[in-house]
Write a protein that binds this ligand. Structure first.
Ligand code: GRF
Length: 190
């Protein structure tokens, strides 16, 4: 059974979906849910799911090593970013080389990079007149949204779609694919 830690800054619907997907399957266990935001709803979800959580400051992430410590103590071998808005620090990238995965709510390399998250991404997609959007699941490296792409799925963007409409379609793709892609990675991680 592989152990996963999930980092999230906001609502955490993907975190919950992943936890539910793996429940009872004997493939993965979520050992810790971590957030940089003490008010993030993902912490409520963690409580309901009975998964330990850890809130950390930027200092604990970038200077004291407390974030890395917490993840290592939880026994996690993989780190999943699900709506995590900060840049992953070097010590995590080194300790979990090739084992940190992010989901981005658009078709990278378009609509990625610093400041491109949540609603802003969907707004940019609508404003640009794109006819499709989707999700990108990728490895994490030291550059925002630049790690190797593992998987993409697309949805149509209609002329009349608002950013909210696109967000709804993208979320549906996230819920459908993210757990399965993680499962694949874990099953191939011998
Ligand atoms: C998702 O759209 C994810 O792709 C992006 O942030 C959003 C998080 O949503 N990185 P939630 O917190 O999982 O509900």
């Amino acid at each position: 059974m592989k152990k996963l830690a999930i980092l999230a800054s906001g609502s955490g619907s993907n975190a919950e979906n992943i936890a539910n997907y793996f429940k009872g399957k004997g493939i993965a266990e979520i050992t810790l849910i971590l957030s940089n935001n003490p008010n993030a709803y993902v912490l409520e979800r963690a409580k309901k799911l009975g998964i330990p959580s850890f809130v950390f400051s930027k200092k604990e992430m970038n200077e004291t090593g407390a974030l890395l410590d917490a993840i290592q103590k939880s026994g996690a071998e993989w780190i999943i970013l699900a709506g995590f808005l900060l840049k992953v620090p070097q010590n995590l990238l080194e300790a979990f080389d090739g084992k940190i995965v992010n989901i981005h709510p658009a078709l990278l390399p378009k609509f990625g990079g610093k400041g491109m998250y949540g609603e802003r991404v969907h707004q940019a997609v609508v404003e640009s007149g794109e006819t499709e959007s989707g999700i990108t699941i990728h490895y994490v490296n030291e550059h925002y949204d630049k790690g190797a792409i593992i998987f993409q799925a697309k949805c149509p963007v209609l002329k009349e779609d608002t950013a909210d409409d696109v967000a709804t379609k993208v979320h549906a793709l996230e819920y459908e694919h993210f757990p399965k892609v993680i499962e694949e990675l874990l099953l191939n991680d011998k």
